[in-house]
Design a protein around this ligand. Sequence first.
Ligand code: NAP
Length: 287
Amino acid sequence: MNQPPIEQPLLLGMMRLLDYPELATPQGLLAFVERCVERGLNGFDHANIYGLGQCESRFGEALRLRPGLRRQLQLISKADIVPAAQDGSRWRVKHYNTGAAYLTEAVEASLARLGVERLDGFLLHRPDPLLQADEVVRALQALVESGKVGWLGLSNAEPLHWQVLGRELPLRCNQIELSLLAQQSAWDGRLQAMQADGLQVLAWSPLAGGAFGPALQQALAEVGEALQATANQVALAWLRRLPGSPLPILGSLRWARIEEALAGATLQLDAPSWFYLAEAARGIKAP
Ligand SMILES: NC(=O)c1ccc[n+]([C@@H]2O[C@H](COP(=O)([O-])OP(=O)(O)OC[C@H]3O[C@@H](n4cnc5c(N)ncnc54)[C@H](OP(=O)(O)O)[C@@H]3O)[C@@H](O)[C@H]2O)c1
C-alpha cells in the first residue's frame, strides 16, 4: 500500500458508454476522449463486464484511430464478476471468479479489446467469497511482472479483504459506492481505515445515478445557492470533504455535466453544510 494517489479532479466511468448515441462511432468517441485529455481528464474506468465487453471494444476502436493518444491516458479495468449470460455452466448463474487462469485471461481479453499492451490499473471488481489469497496474489504479481498491469487495486472491498491482500500486494485504491445516498462508509470508520492503510478511495455512482430524492434536491439547491454552485457541484464537494478526499468516478458522459463537475472541482464545504446535506439524504440527524 502507500502508493501515490491518482491526481485527477475526476475519473470518467465507462459503464454507461453505450447509452450515448453521439459516442457510438469510433470518430465520435475519439473526439470525446481527446476533449477529455485537453480538459485535463485522462483517467477512464472500465470493467470487462461493462456492456458485456462492448464498452472496452468501442473504446479500443476509437483509440485505434489515434494510437499515440494512449500514452496520455490512464486506463483502469476490473474483473472477477461473471454475469449469468457469460456463465458456461448448466446453472447460468451470476458468480465471481478469482481463479488465476480466469483473472489472467480476463486481463488479456481487456487488453485485446482496448487494443493496448498494458492496463495502467487493474482492480478485483467484487470480493469473492471463494477467493484463495495465495492464488490471487501469485496471479496478480505475475500480471504486474509481465508488464500487462501497472498497478493494482480492489473494488467494493471491506477492511479484512484489503488487509489480507495488502499484506502481499501493493494496493493503490479501493473503489466503493460513495455518495449522499451511499454514505455508510463515512460513518463506520471505513474511510479512515482506507486512509490509514494508504488506499485512495475512488467513489462510484458519486451522484447516485441521478436518484437524489426531493428533500435532498432541495437541500442541495439551498447550499448551492449559498455557495453559487449547482446541486451536482455541491454533491461532489460533499464527497471531496471526506477523509482522503475520495475521487469521484463520474458516470454521465454528457459534456455539460463533465464541464459542470470540472467547474466545481475546487468548491469547499464547511462542516455544517456537510452535515446539513447528510441529514437531508439520510432523513435522520447525526447521533
Ligand atoms: N466498482 C463497481 O462495482 C462499480 C459499480 C457501478 C459503477 N462503477 C463505476 O462508476 C461509474 C459511475 O457510476 P454511475 O454512472 O452510476 O455514476 P453517477 O455519476 O452517479 O450517475 C450517472 C448517471 O446518472 C444520470 N443522471 C440523472 N440525473 C442526473 C443529474 N441530475 N446529475 C447527474 N447525473 C444524472 C446520468 O444521466 P445523463 O446521462 O443524463 O447525464 C447517468 O446515467 C461507472 O461508469 C463505473 O465506471 C463501478
